[in-house]
Unconditional design. Structure first.
Length: 489
């Protein structure tokens, strides 16, 4: 067995066990948790070199595929693992600043590492049943993190999150059972080979059920309500982790299944998925424009941006998948960065409600600069990473003759600009409501050490600038991942 392949699962599980043991020594627990996150990140960096030579794979018990439990790291898996490791490290670094809106429970870190183990397991598994198992691990840890504070609002959020996601889980398990009953296989490649012998009606039913289950977990229209009803109750670093990673597991699942297992694609399903993506983009951006709470604005923008990624997947082409993969990396980093910045704004200004804050540009200009980088990238202003992601996506939609989809995507970008400008003017430019005299300057009282938070945000901003100024590096790797998915490399 190649332990390097399963290290993305083993290391978080080991970190979860250690942090449980240290739950009564919170300071030590935090520092060791941060060290574990750094080791996980460095381990993923070490995977890059051997991955250049070949795809890394391993089977438990040395059973051959499709019978053994297999794990594999290819270009797509590596991109997703890198996102997971980087964001986990930055979120745990942010926690050291003590800027969370509420004290963190001693079981928060064990649940986070359990969550990361589930996320990473989903990224490297080679069969549908173990994909379902890792989804269950994610669901259990996510509900624990939502409910751990035991406040009414948190329990309510956990219940709302659980109901729709449990329904999605049941649909997922049902579709996998039907898949196994029809093909006798669960391995991705074995399923692809066996589907050719299945009747078109049975194939359509199974794949449709599977896609609906995953769309629930990705918070697509019209089953997105669980996300804005739950995420805003989380502590800011945990909210950033959720927003950046959890829906991306579902995105990865769609990419892997539709491009590798469920091929050739069914045209009607791809068309329906595209219109769901368009509706998701529109509903998300309108929800963001309506709200004044920064957390809700950013959550609705997560929904909207997921629509762009789904649109790329629905195009069912190597270039469409390339755009979806590029967009996934870009959005994960940008969204985590924006949410962490919202946490810092709350500490300085005293509220998440934009109507109750202001004046931050005069006293904290560096915070305005840090906000501008991910905000401009989210909108897609050149030369930031969001611009390149949207160019890749919209170029493919135009090449396929989808002019209406392109126009709607551009309109959504304009509305995204409106939301980011609303945060900019309300939080940074207008005077703080507590200032009565226009000649006086409002000064916040902040006792916490903000340096870890600033370092975490700066790391994410530097990453954004890196993929913005050198987009070819991420594009080449994303294109390689898309070609591997389609069996063209």
């Amino acid at each position: 067995m190649n332990f390097l392949v399963i290290s993305p699962i083993l290391l978080p599980l080991l970190a979860a066990a250690i942090t449980v043991i240290l739950r009564y020594r919170q300071s030590t627990q935090y520092w060791l948790g941060l060290l574990a996150a750094l080791l996980i990140l460095l381990n993923h960096v070490m995977l890059y070199s051997p991955l250049q030579q070949q795809t890394l794979s391993s089977q438990f018990g040395e059973w051959p595929l499709p019978y053994g439990i297999g794990f594999q790291i290819d270009a797509l898996s590596y991109i997703m693992l890198t996102i997971s490791a980087l964001i986990t490290f930055c979120c745990l670094l942010f926690m050291l600043s003590g800027l969370s809106t509420r004290p963190l429970n001693s079981l928060t870190l064990p649940l986070i590492f359990g969550l990361i183990a589930g996320v990473n397991g989903s990224f490297i598994t080679q069969d549908f049943f173990n994909l379902y198992v890792w989804f269950e691990v994610i669901l259990i840890c996510a509900i624990g993190l939502l409910a751990i504070g035991r406040k009414i609002s948190q329990l309510d959020a956990a219940f709302k999150y659980m109901v729709l996601n449990l329904f999605g889980t049941l649909l997922l398990l049902t579709s996998i059972a039907l898949l196994y009953g029809s093909t006798g296989n669960l391995n991705f490649q074995a399923v692809q080979a066996a589907l050719s012998a299945i009747s078109p009606a049975t194939k359509l039913m199974m794949i449709t059920l599977f896609i609906v289950a995953v769309l629930i977990k990705v918070a697509a229209f019209p089953v997105f309500t669980w996300m804005p009803a739950s995420y805003h109750t989380l502590p800011i670093p945990v909210m950033a982790l959720f927003s950046a990673l959890l829906t991306k597991v579902a995105v990865y699942t769609l990419l892997r299944s539709l491009s590798q297992a469920f091929t050739p694609t069914i045209d009607i399903l791809q068309l329906v998925l595209a219109w769901i993506a368009i509706c998701t983009m529109v509903v998300g951006v309108l929800g963001a424009a309506y709200h004044w709470d920064m957390r809700r604005i950013l959550v609705f923008h997560s929904i909207s941006q997921i629509g762009y990624i789904l649109l790329g997947i629905s195009l069912a082409s190597p270039d469409g998948n390339t755009a979806a993969i590029y967009y996934t990396f870009h959005h994960s980093i940008v969204k985590a960065c924006l949410i962490l910045i919202a946490g810092v704004i709350y500490v300085y200004a005293g509220s998440y409600d934009l109507r109750k804050i202001g004046g931050l540009y005069n006293i904290k200009p560096w915070l305005a600069i840090l906000f501008a980088i991910p905000a401009l990238s989210l909108v897609g202003i050149p030369p930031f990473s969001g611009f390149w992601a949207k160019v890749l996506l919209l170029r493919e939609t135009l090449e396929q003759g989808r002019v209406l989809w392109t126009a709607i995507a551009l309109i959504v970008s304009v509305l995204t600009l409106y939301s980011m400008m609303k945060i900019w003017f309300e939080a940074f430019c207008k005077p703080h409501p507590l200032v009565c005299d226009s000649s006086s300057v409002w000064q916040p009282t902040v006792r916490q050490d903000v340096k870890p938070a600033v370092i975490a945000i700066s790391i994410l901003c530097i990453t954004i600038l890196f993929i913005s100024l050198l987009p070819n590096l991420l594009y080449d790797f994303s294109h390689r991942a898309a070609l591997q998915l389609g069996g063209l490399l």
